[in-house]
Design a protein. Sequence first.
Length: 52
Amino acid sequence: MTIDQIIEAIADYRDWIERQLFGAPIDVETYREHLEIEELREKAEPLGEKES
């Protein structure tokens, strides 16, 4: 087995694990953006409550 084959096997295994856990492979960048948006929403909610 070459290094490239090992890397490909690891990537395939990672995709398989993600499908088992989440139903589909997860794009890391999209997930990070989602977390950032959720964090901003949590910070914005208390500000909105103070105004009312």
